[in-house]
Design a protein around this ligand. Structure first.
Ligand code: NAD
Length: 470
């Protein structure tokens, strides 16, 4: 029987042999990954439906098509990303070759969550491959069908010596974490994020933590009610609310709530029909534990829309809660399900105060046609990402970094940010062995003449804010 240790040794030896480093190898692996997505689209759609009742539409845009685009974007840019970066030099290093080399970390571990179980495994994998690493993938055991399929497909398409999938739950993950990795990329809850960081600290392994939290959504009285209701309803109930960047709760005045709730009701009706349970586009809660957890949250405040549930089907209706207090259970944890509480505030300043006394969120949303409101929210708050008059879309651009801050995460990825995350920036100076006369000024016996020459040669000139030399 092959053990963790045997497999990890195989991967580490492959890295040390240099197999994963040539750009041609990286390009081939990325092309194989694209082929994996193309040739197994139906099978991937099938497991996503089995695990999450995910519609073809949502699976294509948030998983299969999303990952494919990232792989192609990476292929289009990899040759320029891996180029060494030349740097400015001082007088004493003028004749040297000074640059930043982007070197792979080595053996990396990617631990994923279940909400988008294909995307969350393969998106970081693309960055890790592009940067030249060997990779162990640990999909979420919660979406067991998707995890099993990835466990079958990855070894079939990607290089066996450099990439491996280990399936299992917390017990197996903790065992895996006892081994030394050169980088750990984790997606999941903040609570488990701490476990990962502690385990990584034992080996001083650097980490990226892609965590969650409660994403606030401030709706200003100046908002365009129709587009706000459409975009917000789509964002909150996409994947049945099981998205880390979904708006978690609304902050608005009583007057805004009175108009917003019926507008959301109309949107739900036009999106999912009279019976969302019958809609092929509406998902299910991933497992019984999460279903029971969410069912308890339905009793916070009062139900304005929805509120029904069916444990046989793990169905929770798209629900809007009103009269919710900050101390209610629904406000004590990330909802990660199809429930949208509304908290009444009296003005924007109160909303900003509410947001700033809580943990920094992964995403922050504001709906307003008044640009002053948008700018003030942007200036006076902090979050992983920010979007005005829409939601979720900030994570679809591979030219923007994706990641949290503080409680919602550490580090970032997508596009070049993924490549950078999985690359060590190595400071390199290549000197010739000649020109020893120049070096003689730094050797003892020291004297004032040598010192003033050296200080002059290494002097950094101060500029004013307009970049003029002072
Ligand atoms: P989780 O932390 O329970 O599990 C994530 C991974 O960690 C799984 O692979 C699991 O096997 C492993 N794991 C679980 N418990 C462990 C333990 N005690 N020791 C070691 N490993 C353990 O999280 P989850 O339920 O899969 O995901 C929900 C959370 O993830 C939410 O907070 C959500 O916001 C967040 N999330 C964040 C992003 C993002 O990109 N920032 C994306 C999706 C989900």
């Amino acid at each position: 029987m092959t053990t963790f240790a045997d497999s990890l040794l195989r991967l580490r030896n492959a890295f040390l042999s240099g197999k994963s480093r040539p750009v041609e190898f990286r390009i081939n692996q990325l092309n194989f990954l694209i082929r994996l997505l193309q040739e197994n689209e139906a099978a991937l759609l099938n497991v996503l439906y089995m695990d999450l009742h995910k519609s073809r539409f949502e699976a294509m845009i948030a998983e299969i098509g999303f990952v494919r685009n990232e792989a192609i974007y990476t292929l289009n840019n990899i040759k320029s990303w891996i180029e060494p970066e030349m740097v400015e030099k001082s007088f004493v290093t003028k004749l040297d070759n000074c640059f930043i080399q982007k070197e792979p970390y080595g053996l990396t571990l990617i631990i994923a969550s279940w909400s988008h179980p294909v995307q969350l495994v393969l998106m970081p994998l693309i960055g890790a491959i592009a940067a030249g690493n060997c990779v162990v993938l640990k999909p979420s055991e919660v979406t067991a069908n998707t995890a099993a399929l990835l466990g079958k497909l990855i070894p079939k398409y990607l290089d066996h010596d450099c990439f491996a999938v280990f399936n299992g739950g917390p017990v197996e993950t903790r065992k895996l974490l006892q081994f030394k990795f050169d980088y750990i990329f984790y997606t999941g809850s903040s609570a488990v994020g701490k476990v990962i960081m502690k385990a990584a600290a034992e080996h001083l392994t650097p980490v990226t933590l892609e965590l969650g939290g409660k994403n606030p959504c401030y709706i200003d009285q100046s908002c365009n009610l129709e587009s706000t209701a459409h975009r917000l309803t789509w964002g909150r109930f996409f994947n049945s609310g099981q998205s880390c960047v979904a708006p978690d709760y609304i902050l608005c005045t009583k007057e805004v709530q009175e108009q917003l709730v019926p507008a959301i009701g109309q949107c739900l009706h036009s999106f999912y029909g009279k019976e969302p349970k019958e809609s092929p586009d509406y998902g299910r809660i991933v497992n019984d534990n999460h279903f029971k957890r969410l069912q308890k949250l339905l009793s916070s405040g009062g139900v304005a829309i929805g509120g029904e549930s069916d444990d046989q089907d793990r169905y929770i209706a798209p629900t809007v809660l009103v009269d919710v207090k900050e101390s209610d259970p629904v406000m004590q944890e990330e909802i990660f399900g199809p429930i949208l509480p509304i908290i009444i505030i009296s003005c924007m300043e109160e909303a900003i105060g509410f947001i700033n006394r809580r943990q920094k969120p992964l995403a922050l949303y504001v709906y307003a046609t008044n640009n002053k409101v948008v700018n003030e929210m942007l200036e006076k708050t902090s979050s992983g990402g920010f979007c005005s008059n829409d939601n979720l879309v900030q994570m679809t651009l591979n030219t923007l970094p994706f990641g949290g801050i503080g409680f919602s995460g550490l580090g970032m990825y997508h596009g070049k940010f993924s490549f950078d995350t999985f690359s060590h920036r190595r400071a390199c100076v290549l000197k010739s062995s000649g020109m020893e006369k120049i070096n003689s000024t730094r050797y003892p016996p020291y004297n004032d003449h040598k010192l003033s020459w050296l200080l002059w040669a290494t002097d950094v000139k101060k500029r004013d804010c307009n970049c003029r030399l002072l």
